[in-house]
Design a binder for this molecule. Structure first.
Ligand code: FAD
Length: 306
């Protein structure tokens, strides 16, 4: 049933990673359940992959089963959209524009799949996945039981959800509530977000978006916040943009091996020339120590390691 020794490079927006020992793309819920049953029987570690736009895969690969749901249906019933976890957010946003449905404009240019966006409650420009979710159908990867949750039950928070916190369920299907709107207005709002991203983000090189989280200032003292007062932004709570700290620490354009802090947006470490996981990790370590030394601030990764 499974494919073997599949390059994870080809499933990562970073174009970095070793081989997955086993790899499978279930197209139906039943295929998903059978694959998990087999993995559980063989005691294989399982990793659920979406678009691979938020992951730094190890150079030594994944010694288990990578399951990439290819359940990517997009159905529209009035103002309700039913989308499979494997659908690309790009296609979901496109479908909403065609149907004249408003609510996903914020996601213009957001890479990755619906499953990944639900797990991390992806958000941008003041919008978040949770704003439109009615229900999520998921699969408990241990018991192999189907779970139906309403939005409250998904326990969405800032870039998190029950799927991330507990790490047990794979998202299968999502029901979104949108609102009838004007197609041209929706299209132009989406274009605006895409253009903003293209201008600010170094899309000319493979990347996984922001490497570090912005710095939440809510637990900092007035005195410690003061030097950053001029650059604090809402995200959706007040933060110091990490790109500013990295830039002030002199890291713009600094490279190691094939990886580089983007001069355009230093919170993106880009893969300029066949970078390895080790190259990126070296720059992550450098970024953390330089910012700690200059500002006394400890950066946390947004990217996840697999
Ligand atoms: C250029 C660029 C810009 C970005 N901008 C933003 C932004 O503005 N806002 C934002 O929030 N993020 C942003 N990101 C990060 C990333 O795109 C999002 O986090 C995205 O939602 C990840 O989706 P994915 O399908 O690629 O998930 P992956 O990277 O494949 O996986 C991420 C996590 O989700 C889990 N996962 C994937 N599918 C499922 C599933 N079906 N069920 C359960 N778990 C699953 C994986 O196991 C993994 O833990 C950006 C990334 C890039 C490259």
């Amino acid at each position: 049933m499974f494919m073997h020794n599949v390059s994870l490079k080809d499933h990562s927006s970073y174009r970095i990673g070793g081989l997955a020992k086993h790899f499978y793309e279930p197209k139906t819920e039943n295929e998903f359940i059978s694959a998990l049953a087999e993995a559980n029987e063989q005691k294989l570690p399982v990793f659920i992959l979406g678009g691979g736009t938020n992951i730094l895969f190890s150079d030594s690969g994944f010694d288990g089963l990578v399951l990439k749901p290819a359940i990517s249906t997009i159905e529209i019933h009035g103002e309700i959209m039913r989308v499979g976890a494997g659908a690309l957010m790009k296609d979901v946003v496109e479908a909403s524009i065609h149907a004249g449905l408003s609510g996903l404009e914020w996601a213009g240019g957001l890479p990755g799949t619906v499953g990944g966006a639900i797990r991390g409650n992806a958000g941008a420009f003041g919008g978040e996945m949770k704003d439109s979710v009615v229900t999520v159908r998921s699969l408990d990867t241990k018991s192999l039981k189907i779970v139906e949750r309403d939005a409250t039950d998904c326990r969405f928070g800032y870039r998190t959800s029950v799927f991330k916190e507990e790490g047990v369920e794979a998202v299968l299907l999502v029901e979104l509530q949108l609102k009838q709107g004007n197609r041209e207005t929706i299209q132009s709002a989406v274009n605006e977000k895409i253009n903003y991203r293209n201008e600010r983000h170094p899309m000319e090189y493979p990347n996984v978006g922001s490497i570090f989280k912005n710095v939440d200032v809510r637990s900092m003292s007035e005195k410690d916040i003061q030097p950053f007062a001029h650059i604090i932004k809402q995200d959706p709570f007040p933060v110091i943009p990490t790109a500013y700290l990295l830039s002030e620490a002199g890291l713009k354009g600094v490279s190691f091996g094939g990886a580089m802090f983007s001069p355009k947006h230093p919170n993106f470490i880009v893969n300029v020339l066949d970078a390895t996981e080790a190259d990126v990790r070296a720059l992550i370590t450098l970024g953390k120590s330089a910012v700690k030394e200059k500002f006394g601030i400890v950066l946390e990764e947004e990217v996840m390691y697999v």
